[in-house]
Design a protein around this ligand. Structure first.
Ligand SMILES: Cc1cc2nc3c(=O)[nH]c(=O)nc-3n(C[C@H](O)[C@H](O)[C@H](O)COP(=O)(O)OP(=O)(O)OC[C@H]3O[C@@H](n4cnc5c(N)ncnc54)[C@H](O)[C@@H]3O)c2cc1C
Length: 381
Protein backbone atom coordinates (compact mmCIF):
# COMPACT_ATOMS: atom_id res chain seq x y z
CA UNK A 1 0.00 0.00 0.00
CA UNK A 2 1.15 3.54 -0.84
CA UNK A 3 -0.17 4.85 2.47
CA UNK A 4 2.96 5.62 4.54
CA UNK A 5 2.91 6.66 8.18
CA UNK A 6 6.38 8.17 8.53
CA UNK A 7 6.18 10.90 11.17
CA UNK A 8 2.91 9.58 12.64
CA UNK A 9 2.75 9.00 16.39
CA UNK A 10 1.82 5.50 17.55
CA UNK A 11 -1.62 6.90 18.32
CA UNK A 12 -2.03 8.22 14.77
CA UNK A 13 -0.99 4.86 13.32
CA UNK A 14 -3.64 3.27 15.55
CA UNK A 15 -6.22 5.83 14.34
CA UNK A 16 -5.44 5.08 10.70
CA UNK A 17 -5.45 1.29 11.14
CA UNK A 18 -8.64 1.26 13.23
CA UNK A 19 -10.54 3.48 10.80
CA UNK A 20 -9.48 1.46 7.76
CA UNK A 21 -10.51 -1.78 9.50
CA UNK A 22 -13.82 -0.46 10.78
CA UNK A 23 -14.86 1.06 7.45
CA UNK A 24 -13.79 -2.03 5.53
CA UNK A 25 -16.17 -4.00 7.80
CA UNK A 26 -19.20 -1.72 7.73
CA UNK A 27 -18.76 -0.28 4.24
CA UNK A 28 -17.07 -2.84 1.97
CA UNK A 29 -16.49 -1.87 -1.71
CA UNK A 30 -19.72 -3.49 -2.93
CA UNK A 31 -21.68 -1.47 -0.36
CA UNK A 32 -20.00 1.75 -1.55
CA UNK A 33 -21.11 0.91 -5.09
CA UNK A 34 -24.66 0.30 -3.86
CA UNK A 35 -24.79 3.62 -1.98
CA UNK A 36 -23.37 5.49 -4.98
CA UNK A 37 -25.98 3.94 -7.27
CA UNK A 38 -28.76 5.20 -4.96
CA UNK A 39 -27.17 8.61 -4.08
CA UNK A 40 -27.54 7.41 -0.48
CA UNK A 41 -25.93 8.93 2.60
CA UNK A 42 -23.58 6.42 4.38
CA UNK A 43 -25.69 6.29 7.51
CA UNK A 44 -24.49 2.89 8.76
CA UNK A 45 -20.83 3.82 8.48
CA UNK A 46 -21.52 7.14 10.19
CA UNK A 47 -23.34 5.43 13.05
CA UNK A 48 -20.54 2.85 13.33
CA UNK A 49 -18.03 5.71 13.75
CA UNK A 50 -20.28 7.18 16.44
CA UNK A 51 -20.70 3.84 18.23
CA UNK A 52 -16.93 3.34 18.29
CA UNK A 53 -16.48 6.82 19.79
CA UNK A 54 -14.81 8.48 16.77
CA UNK A 55 -17.28 11.36 16.46
CA UNK A 56 -16.01 12.58 19.85
CA UNK A 57 -12.58 13.47 18.43
CA UNK A 58 -12.91 17.26 17.96
CA UNK A 59 -15.01 18.00 21.04
CA UNK A 60 -14.21 19.30 24.52
CA UNK A 61 -13.89 16.58 27.15
CA UNK A 62 -16.50 18.24 29.39
CA UNK A 63 -19.18 17.44 26.78
CA UNK A 64 -17.99 13.87 26.15
CA UNK A 65 -15.37 14.75 23.58
CA UNK A 66 -11.79 13.53 23.09
CA UNK A 67 -10.14 16.93 22.50
CA UNK A 68 -8.04 15.54 19.63
CA UNK A 69 -5.09 17.49 18.24
CA UNK A 70 -5.22 18.89 14.71
CA UNK A 71 -2.66 16.28 13.62
CA UNK A 72 -4.76 13.43 15.04
CA UNK A 73 -7.83 14.85 13.31
CA UNK A 74 -5.90 15.08 10.03
CA UNK A 75 -4.85 11.41 10.36
CA UNK A 76 -8.49 10.46 11.04
CA UNK A 77 -9.87 12.46 8.09
CA UNK A 78 -7.19 11.15 5.73
CA UNK A 79 -8.11 7.56 6.63
CA UNK A 80 -11.88 8.08 6.19
CA UNK A 81 -11.31 9.78 2.82
CA UNK A 82 -9.00 6.97 1.74
CA UNK A 83 -11.90 4.60 2.30
CA UNK A 84 -14.75 6.76 1.01
CA UNK A 85 -15.12 10.58 0.84
CA UNK A 86 -18.85 10.34 1.60
CA UNK A 87 -17.97 9.23 5.12
CA UNK A 88 -15.54 12.14 5.46
CA UNK A 89 -18.20 14.55 4.28
CA UNK A 90 -20.75 13.14 6.71
CA UNK A 91 -18.29 13.71 9.57
CA UNK A 92 -17.17 17.15 8.37
CA UNK A 93 -20.63 18.66 7.83
CA UNK A 94 -21.86 17.74 11.29
CA UNK A 95 -18.82 17.52 13.56
CA UNK A 96 -16.54 20.17 12.05
CA UNK A 97 -18.44 22.72 9.97
CA UNK A 98 -21.58 22.98 12.11
CA UNK A 99 -20.67 21.71 15.56
CA UNK A 100 -17.46 23.72 15.88
CA UNK A 101 -19.57 26.90 15.81
CA UNK A 102 -21.55 25.56 18.75
CA UNK A 103 -18.39 24.50 20.57
CA UNK A 104 -16.62 27.84 19.99
CA UNK A 105 -19.54 30.24 20.30
CA UNK A 106 -22.51 28.48 21.91
CA UNK A 107 -23.70 29.04 25.46
CA UNK A 108 -23.21 26.19 27.96
CA UNK A 109 -26.91 25.35 27.54
CA UNK A 110 -26.56 25.08 23.75
CA UNK A 111 -23.42 22.95 24.07
CA UNK A 112 -25.20 20.66 26.51
CA UNK A 113 -28.21 20.43 24.23
CA UNK A 114 -26.28 19.74 21.01
CA UNK A 115 -22.83 18.24 21.56
CA UNK A 116 -23.65 14.96 23.38
CA UNK A 117 -26.29 13.87 20.81
CA UNK A 118 -23.94 14.85 17.97
CA UNK A 119 -21.17 12.71 19.48
CA UNK A 120 -23.63 9.81 19.82
CA UNK A 121 -24.57 10.10 16.13
CA UNK A 122 -28.14 10.95 17.10
CA UNK A 123 -28.14 14.51 15.72
CA UNK A 124 -26.81 15.54 12.32
CA UNK A 125 -26.16 19.03 11.05
CA UNK A 126 -25.06 21.09 8.03
CA UNK A 127 -23.91 24.66 7.41
CA UNK A 128 -25.68 27.07 5.08
CA UNK A 129 -23.86 30.22 3.92
CA UNK A 130 -23.88 30.10 0.13
CA UNK A 131 -26.75 31.73 -1.78
CA UNK A 132 -27.63 31.75 -5.48
CA UNK A 133 -26.07 35.20 -6.02
CA UNK A 134 -23.00 34.81 -3.76
CA UNK A 135 -20.59 32.16 -2.57
CA UNK A 136 -17.03 33.48 -2.32
CA UNK A 137 -18.42 36.87 -1.36
CA UNK A 138 -20.04 35.38 1.74
CA UNK A 139 -20.95 38.80 3.16
CA UNK A 140 -23.20 39.50 0.15
CA UNK A 141 -26.02 37.28 1.43
CA UNK A 142 -29.65 38.39 1.21
CA UNK A 143 -31.26 35.96 3.68
CA UNK A 144 -32.85 38.07 6.42
CA UNK A 145 -33.47 37.36 10.11
CA UNK A 146 -35.84 39.83 11.79
CA UNK A 147 -36.37 39.84 15.55
CA UNK A 148 -40.01 39.32 16.56
CA UNK A 149 -40.58 38.84 20.29
CA UNK A 150 -38.65 35.77 21.47
CA UNK A 151 -37.97 34.60 17.90
CA UNK A 152 -36.15 35.54 14.75
CA UNK A 153 -38.12 35.24 11.52
CA UNK A 154 -35.90 34.02 8.67
CA UNK A 155 -36.61 34.46 4.96
CA UNK A 156 -34.26 33.68 2.08
CA UNK A 157 -32.54 30.93 0.09
CA UNK A 158 -29.30 28.94 0.28
CA UNK A 159 -27.69 26.65 -2.34
CA UNK A 160 -25.18 23.77 -2.47
CA UNK A 161 -25.71 22.90 1.20
CA UNK A 162 -23.98 19.54 1.69
CA UNK A 163 -26.03 16.92 3.51
CA UNK A 164 -28.81 19.39 4.44
CA UNK A 165 -31.30 16.67 3.38
CA UNK A 166 -29.83 14.48 6.15
CA UNK A 167 -29.56 17.18 8.80
CA UNK A 168 -31.68 17.70 11.90
CA UNK A 169 -30.38 21.26 12.28
CA UNK A 170 -28.58 23.82 10.12
CA UNK A 171 -26.19 26.59 11.11
CA UNK A 172 -27.31 29.46 8.87
CA UNK A 173 -25.89 32.90 8.08
CA UNK A 174 -28.51 35.64 7.89
CA UNK A 175 -28.50 39.42 7.77
CA UNK A 176 -29.79 41.02 10.95
CA UNK A 177 -28.63 44.44 9.74
CA UNK A 178 -29.43 44.55 6.02
CA UNK A 179 -27.04 47.39 5.10
CA UNK A 180 -24.32 46.41 7.57
CA UNK A 181 -22.10 44.42 5.16
CA UNK A 182 -20.16 41.78 7.10
CA UNK A 183 -21.06 43.65 10.32
CA UNK A 184 -24.73 42.81 9.79
CA UNK A 185 -24.39 39.00 9.76
CA UNK A 186 -25.63 36.66 12.49
CA UNK A 187 -25.40 32.89 12.90
CA UNK A 188 -28.54 30.93 13.77
CA UNK A 189 -29.20 27.28 14.49
CA UNK A 190 -32.36 26.26 12.64
CA UNK A 191 -34.39 23.08 13.10
CA UNK A 192 -34.94 21.49 9.67
CA UNK A 193 -38.48 20.44 10.73
CA UNK A 194 -39.51 24.09 11.14
CA UNK A 195 -42.64 25.17 9.25
CA UNK A 196 -41.67 27.24 6.18
CA UNK A 197 -38.36 25.40 5.61
CA UNK A 198 -37.92 23.36 2.42
CA UNK A 199 -34.86 21.29 1.44
CA UNK A 200 -34.32 20.00 -2.11
CA UNK A 201 -31.34 17.81 -3.11
CA UNK A 202 -29.35 19.00 -6.16
CA UNK A 203 -27.78 17.01 -8.97
CA UNK A 204 -23.98 17.22 -8.61
CA UNK A 205 -21.07 15.93 -10.76
CA UNK A 206 -19.60 13.82 -7.95
CA UNK A 207 -19.78 13.06 -4.23
CA UNK A 208 -23.15 11.42 -4.77
CA UNK A 209 -23.36 10.08 -1.22
CA UNK A 210 -23.16 13.59 0.26
CA UNK A 211 -25.46 15.60 -1.99
CA UNK A 212 -25.69 19.39 -1.98
CA UNK A 213 -29.13 20.93 -1.46
CA UNK A 214 -31.19 24.03 -2.07
CA UNK A 215 -32.72 25.34 1.17
CA UNK A 216 -35.66 27.76 1.19
CA UNK A 217 -36.72 29.77 4.27
CA UNK A 218 -40.23 31.22 4.13
CA UNK A 219 -40.79 33.14 7.37
CA UNK A 220 -39.19 30.40 9.46
CA UNK A 221 -39.44 31.13 13.19
CA UNK A 222 -36.25 30.47 15.18
CA UNK A 223 -36.04 30.81 18.97
CA UNK A 224 -33.72 33.72 19.85
CA UNK A 225 -31.67 31.49 22.14
CA UNK A 226 -30.53 29.65 18.98
CA UNK A 227 -28.47 32.71 18.02
CA UNK A 228 -24.74 31.83 18.09
CA UNK A 229 -22.27 34.42 19.32
CA UNK A 230 -24.41 37.55 19.45
CA UNK A 231 -26.47 39.58 16.99
CA UNK A 232 -24.45 41.08 14.10
CA UNK A 233 -21.36 39.26 15.35
CA UNK A 234 -21.46 36.30 12.95
CA UNK A 235 -18.65 37.32 10.58
CA UNK A 236 -15.78 37.03 13.02
CA UNK A 237 -17.22 33.73 14.24
CA UNK A 238 -17.23 32.44 10.65
CA UNK A 239 -13.51 33.25 10.33
CA UNK A 240 -12.54 31.41 13.53
CA UNK A 241 -12.93 27.88 12.15
CA UNK A 242 -11.34 28.42 8.74
CA UNK A 243 -7.82 27.15 9.49
CA UNK A 244 -9.15 23.85 10.83
CA UNK A 245 -11.55 23.43 7.89
CA UNK A 246 -8.83 24.11 5.30
CA UNK A 247 -6.36 21.69 6.88
CA UNK A 248 -8.97 18.95 7.11
CA UNK A 249 -10.06 19.50 3.49
CA UNK A 250 -6.37 19.11 2.67
CA UNK A 251 -6.21 15.88 4.67
CA UNK A 252 -9.29 14.54 2.86
CA UNK A 253 -7.62 15.22 -0.49
CA UNK A 254 -4.48 13.40 0.69
CA UNK A 255 -6.55 10.32 1.54
CA UNK A 256 -8.13 10.44 -1.91
CA UNK A 257 -4.71 10.74 -3.61
CA UNK A 258 -3.47 7.65 -1.76
CA UNK A 259 -6.55 5.70 -2.84
CA UNK A 260 -6.20 6.75 -6.48
CA UNK A 261 -2.60 5.49 -6.57
CA UNK A 262 -3.63 2.13 -5.08
CA UNK A 263 -6.57 1.67 -7.47
CA UNK A 264 -4.41 2.59 -10.48
CA UNK A 265 -1.53 0.40 -9.33
CA UNK A 266 -3.74 -2.67 -8.78
CA UNK A 267 -5.07 -2.30 -12.29
CA UNK A 268 -1.85 -1.34 -14.07
CA UNK A 269 0.32 -4.10 -12.60
CA UNK A 270 -2.12 -6.59 -14.13
CA UNK A 271 -2.56 -4.94 -17.50
CA UNK A 272 -0.66 -6.16 -20.56
CA UNK A 273 -0.05 -4.20 -23.77
CA UNK A 274 2.29 -5.19 -26.60
CA UNK A 275 3.45 -8.21 -24.59
CA UNK A 276 4.44 -6.31 -21.44
CA UNK A 277 2.85 -5.16 -18.22
CA UNK A 278 2.12 -1.47 -18.81
CA UNK A 279 4.09 -0.37 -15.70
CA UNK A 280 7.20 -1.51 -17.60
CA UNK A 281 6.67 1.47 -19.90
CA UNK A 282 8.32 4.56 -18.49
CA UNK A 283 5.40 6.68 -19.70
CA UNK A 284 3.28 4.83 -17.14
CA UNK A 285 5.77 4.33 -14.30
CA UNK A 286 6.70 8.02 -14.40
CA UNK A 287 3.03 8.90 -14.01
CA UNK A 288 3.06 6.83 -10.82
CA UNK A 289 6.20 8.63 -9.64
CA UNK A 290 4.51 11.97 -10.35
CA UNK A 291 1.38 10.91 -8.45
CA UNK A 292 3.47 9.78 -5.50
CA UNK A 293 5.38 13.08 -5.40
CA UNK A 294 2.20 15.18 -5.64
CA UNK A 295 0.59 13.12 -2.90
CA UNK A 296 3.52 13.37 -0.50
CA UNK A 297 3.82 17.11 -1.21
CA UNK A 298 0.17 17.51 -0.23
CA UNK A 299 0.70 15.42 2.90
CA UNK A 300 3.78 17.40 3.98
CA UNK A 301 1.85 20.67 3.72
CA UNK A 302 -1.19 19.23 5.47
CA UNK A 303 0.62 17.76 8.46
CA UNK A 304 2.90 20.79 8.79
CA UNK A 305 -0.09 23.17 8.88
CA UNK A 306 -1.81 20.87 11.40
CA UNK A 307 1.33 20.82 13.58
CA UNK A 308 1.48 24.63 13.53
CA UNK A 309 -2.16 24.87 14.61
CA UNK A 310 -1.38 22.41 17.44
CA UNK A 311 1.39 24.77 18.55
CA UNK A 312 -1.15 27.58 18.75
CA UNK A 313 0.17 29.41 15.67
CA UNK A 314 -2.47 31.20 13.61
CA UNK A 315 -1.24 29.45 10.46
CA UNK A 316 -3.53 31.15 7.92
CA UNK A 317 -0.83 31.13 5.23
CA UNK A 318 0.05 27.45 5.72
CA UNK A 319 -3.58 26.31 6.03
CA UNK A 320 -4.49 28.18 2.82
CA UNK A 321 -1.47 26.78 0.96
CA UNK A 322 -2.29 23.28 2.19
CA UNK A 323 -5.88 23.60 0.91
CA UNK A 324 -4.77 24.70 -2.58
CA UNK A 325 -1.90 22.22 -2.93
CA UNK A 326 -3.80 19.18 -1.63
CA UNK A 327 -7.08 19.77 -3.51
CA UNK A 328 -5.39 20.69 -6.79
CA UNK A 329 -2.94 17.78 -6.53
CA UNK A 330 -5.90 15.51 -5.81
CA UNK A 331 -7.48 16.46 -9.12
CA UNK A 332 -4.19 16.13 -11.05
CA UNK A 333 -3.52 12.72 -9.48
CA UNK A 334 -7.07 11.61 -10.36
CA UNK A 335 -6.58 12.77 -13.96
CA UNK A 336 -3.40 10.67 -14.20
CA UNK A 337 -5.21 7.73 -12.59
CA UNK A 338 -7.85 7.85 -15.33
CA UNK A 339 -5.18 8.14 -18.04
CA UNK A 340 -3.24 5.15 -16.69
CA UNK A 341 -6.37 3.01 -16.78
CA UNK A 342 -7.34 4.05 -20.32
CA UNK A 343 -10.92 3.16 -21.26
CA UNK A 344 -11.41 1.34 -17.95
CA UNK A 345 -10.69 4.61 -16.12
CA UNK A 346 -13.34 6.44 -18.10
CA UNK A 347 -16.07 3.86 -17.49
CA UNK A 348 -18.33 4.01 -14.44
CA UNK A 349 -16.41 2.59 -11.47
CA UNK A 350 -14.01 3.56 -8.68
CA UNK A 351 -11.53 5.57 -10.79
CA UNK A 352 -14.03 7.69 -12.68
CA UNK A 353 -15.77 8.35 -9.36
CA UNK A 354 -12.47 9.38 -7.71
CA UNK A 355 -11.95 11.77 -10.64
CA UNK A 356 -15.43 13.34 -10.36
CA UNK A 357 -15.22 13.50 -6.56
CA UNK A 358 -11.89 15.33 -6.75
CA UNK A 359 -13.22 18.20 -8.86
CA UNK A 360 -15.03 19.94 -6.03
CA UNK A 361 -11.87 20.33 -3.90
CA UNK A 362 -10.59 23.55 -5.55
CA UNK A 363 -14.14 25.04 -5.48
CA UNK A 364 -15.71 24.32 -2.09
CA UNK A 365 -14.62 25.60 1.31
CA UNK A 366 -12.90 28.68 -0.18
CA UNK A 367 -11.96 28.35 -3.87
CA UNK A 368 -8.35 28.13 -5.08
CA UNK A 369 -8.64 31.70 -6.38
CA UNK A 370 -9.76 33.00 -2.98
CA UNK A 371 -6.98 30.99 -1.26
CA UNK A 372 -4.41 32.54 -3.63
CA UNK A 373 -5.82 35.99 -2.79
CA UNK A 374 -5.28 35.22 0.91
CA UNK A 375 -1.74 33.91 0.32
CA UNK A 376 -0.76 36.92 -1.83
CA UNK A 377 -2.19 39.34 0.75
CA UNK A 378 -0.20 37.64 3.52
CA UNK A 379 2.89 38.08 1.33
CA UNK A 380 2.19 41.82 1.46
CA UNK A 381 0.90 42.07 -2.14
C1 LIG B 1 -20.36 20.14 -3.90
C2 LIG B 1 -20.42 21.44 -3.16
C3 LIG B 1 -20.75 21.44 -1.82
C4 LIG B 1 -20.87 22.65 -1.13
N1 LIG B 1 -21.26 22.63 0.20
C5 LIG B 1 -21.55 23.80 0.80
C6 LIG B 1 -22.12 23.81 2.11
O1 LIG B 1 -22.29 22.76 2.74
N2 LIG B 1 -22.48 25.00 2.66
C7 LIG B 1 -22.28 26.18 2.00
O2 LIG B 1 -22.63 27.22 2.56
N3 LIG B 1 -21.74 26.21 0.75
C8 LIG B 1 -21.38 25.06 0.15
N4 LIG B 1 -20.83 25.06 -1.12
C9 LIG B 1 -20.61 26.33 -1.77
C10 LIG B 1 -19.14 26.67 -1.95
O3 LIG B 1 -18.57 27.09 -0.75
C11 LIG B 1 -19.09 27.73 -3.05
O4 LIG B 1 -19.43 27.09 -4.27
C12 LIG B 1 -17.75 28.39 -3.15
O5 LIG B 1 -17.51 29.20 -2.04
C13 LIG B 1 -17.67 29.28 -4.41
O6 LIG B 1 -18.79 30.13 -4.48
P1 LIG B 1 -19.67 30.19 -5.82
O7 LIG B 1 -19.96 28.81 -6.26
O8 LIG B 1 -20.81 31.09 -5.56
O9 LIG B 1 -18.73 30.83 -6.90
P2 LIG B 1 -18.41 32.38 -7.05
O10 LIG B 1 -18.08 32.99 -5.75
O11 LIG B 1 -19.48 33.00 -7.87
O12 LIG B 1 -17.07 32.30 -7.90
C14 LIG B 1 -17.06 31.94 -9.27
C15 LIG B 1 -15.59 31.94 -9.73
O13 LIG B 1 -15.02 33.25 -9.52
C16 LIG B 1 -13.89 33.15 -8.67
N5 LIG B 1 -13.82 34.33 -7.82
C17 LIG B 1 -14.79 34.86 -7.03
N6 LIG B 1 -14.35 35.92 -6.37
C18 LIG B 1 -13.04 36.07 -6.71
C19 LIG B 1 -12.03 36.98 -6.37
N7 LIG B 1 -12.22 37.96 -5.48
N8 LIG B 1 -10.79 36.81 -6.92
C20 LIG B 1 -10.55 35.81 -7.81
N9 LIG B 1 -11.48 34.93 -8.19
C21 LIG B 1 -12.71 35.05 -7.65
C22 LIG B 1 -14.10 31.88 -7.87
O14 LIG B 1 -12.89 31.36 -7.34
C23 LIG B 1 -14.73 30.97 -8.90
O15 LIG B 1 -13.73 30.41 -9.72
C24 LIG B 1 -20.64 23.88 -1.80
C25 LIG B 1 -20.29 23.86 -3.16
C26 LIG B 1 -20.18 22.67 -3.84
C27 LIG B 1 -19.82 22.70 -5.30
Amino acid sequence: MTYKTYGFTEHQVMVRDSILRLLQDVLPPEEIEALEAKDAYPIEAYQALADAGWLALPFEESYGGANASHQDLAAFIEATAYHHPGVTSAFMTTCIYAAMYIQYHGSNELKQEFLPPIIAGARRMAVAYTEPQCGSDAAGIKTRAVRDGDDYVVTGQKVYITNAHQADYLVVTAKTLPDGGHRGISLLIIDTRSPGLTIRPMNSMGRRTSLPNEVFFDEVRVPANYLLGGENKGWKKLMRGLNLERVLLGAASCGQCLKIIDVARDWATDRQAFGRTITEYQAISHKFAEMQMMTETARLHTYQAAAMLDEGIDAVLEASMCKVIATENNFKVADMGVQIMGGAGYMEGPMSRLFRDARVGPIGGGSSEIMRNVIAKLMGL
